[in-house]
Design a protein around this ligand. Sequence first.
Ligand SMILES: Cc1cc2nc3c(=O)[nH]c(=O)nc-3n(C[C@H](O)[C@H](O)[C@H](O)COP(=O)(O)OP(=O)(O)OC[C@H]3O[C@@H](n4cnc5c(N)ncnc54)[C@H](O)[C@@H]3O)c2cc1C
Length: 451
Amino acid sequence: MRFVVIGGGPAGNQAATHAAQLGVEVTLIERDIVGGAANLGDCIPSKAMIATGGAMSYLRRIAGMGVLAAAGTVDLELLRTRITAITADLERANERILRSQEVEVVRGTARLDGPNTVVAETEAGERTFEADAILLSTGSRPRVPEWARVDDDRVMITRDAYPPAELPEHLVVIGSGVTGVEFVHMFASLGCEVTLIVSRQQVLPQKDPEVAAVLEADFARRGVHLLKGARAIGVERTPEGVIVRCDDGRSVRGSHTLLCIGSIPNSEGLALESAGIDLDPGGYVGINHHCQTVVPHIYAAGDLSGKLPLSSVATMQGRKIAEHVVGGHSVAHRHLNYDNAPSAIFTEPEIADVGLAEADAFAEGRKIRVTKVPFAASSRALIDNDPRGFVKIISDPATGVVLGGSIVGQHASELISVLGVAVTSGLRVADIVESMPVHPTLSEALSEAAE
Ligand SMILES: Cc1cc2nc3c(=O)[nH]c(=O)nc-3n(C[C@H](O)[C@H](O)[C@H](O)COP(=O)(O)OP(=O)(O)OC[C@H]3O[C@@H](n4cnc5c(N)ncnc54)[C@H](O)[C@@H]3O)c2cc1C
């Protein structure tokens, strides 16, 4: 059995490693970063920048804990070196793991040449691989609208901002989804003036309004300007910076602007037609619940598959594909359920959720029990001088089974794992209550919300 993987992000890496562990002969072809251009080029650097912003916020917060410290300043060159080092370490670690499993790693740009052949353009020339199974996991890249010309300097996409050449005096962030609000938080924490263009009346339009309200309150406290109900339609460079024009006639002047308006799949150049695979209207490769395309031995995963664009989801798809390649689906196994994927937004406070959302349950007319505990009642949150946010648990009133939950507050991205296990495993609220969390910890709020 020979398995060829195109693209070495979380989806491709995991599929290659796990398939090799299961005894498959694997080749992984990557044109850029082993570990993923979106993963190691965007996800990790953005979190590293947020960690530095968080350190700055911490310095401000500890004044309330009796510590008098200098406000802190950020050295952009040190920050750049740190981010480059983290990414390089992770790339080396990925390569080590792949090689330890005897995965052949090929540096090059790959495409299909029929249903069982992959061709890679490498520095040494073209190489051809015959395959019994193929994974397309080529990821995505930031979307740039026709009305903006990115210049890496003043008009940026996310990858230009880790960190930019200089800290913006006034950054105008376009797009108020997850990426947009994380960058607002990041640059506001670093001391920049920030304006966020919000096309609707709420940041994070897909999220629970109560959750979005906590974030908006934090932005207001930090002096972030929100331009609501405005859609950006043009960006103009001026000698001093940029002007962003909106569809309602308003415009904002800033020193820099950052486009956070989604991503597009890397599906061109793969010669999918040679294997009879079509793209959907968004340019994604359609898959079934085993991540198979219309050609059963050709799989697609990660951002290219148009499911949830998260590293965690890509990784799990990769794992399931490896098992499917060796016929693991014929024994008892759990299907990947995208509805149960936890997700987090690394703002301050952090926001995380999993499973059924309260608003969706109401929209469906579904009976639910909602219990909520604020962190203001948590001894640990008070000790840490950060009592913002809450834990909300949604359960089935008849059975007590946990259906979903939201956490807003410090370490929400870690705490949500408990609810993730509960939702995936069908645990009841009583199981959480009886788990006896350590005292004093933020986890106690989970038990209290489950009461
Ligand atoms: C700013 C930002 C922050 C994010 N933060 C988070 C986060 O906090 N948590 C989270 O879970 N997710 C986050 N994401 C999303 C996450 O990065 C992606 O969902 C994830 O990386 C997708 O994995 P992938 O394997 O599909 O793609 P990628 O990680 O992009 O990997 C695909 C790889 O395929 C390679 N490739 C493409 N075409 C070819 C070809 N023809 N031949 C060979 N190689 C090819 C690319 O070079 C790339 O390395 C973030 C994304 C962005 C933009």
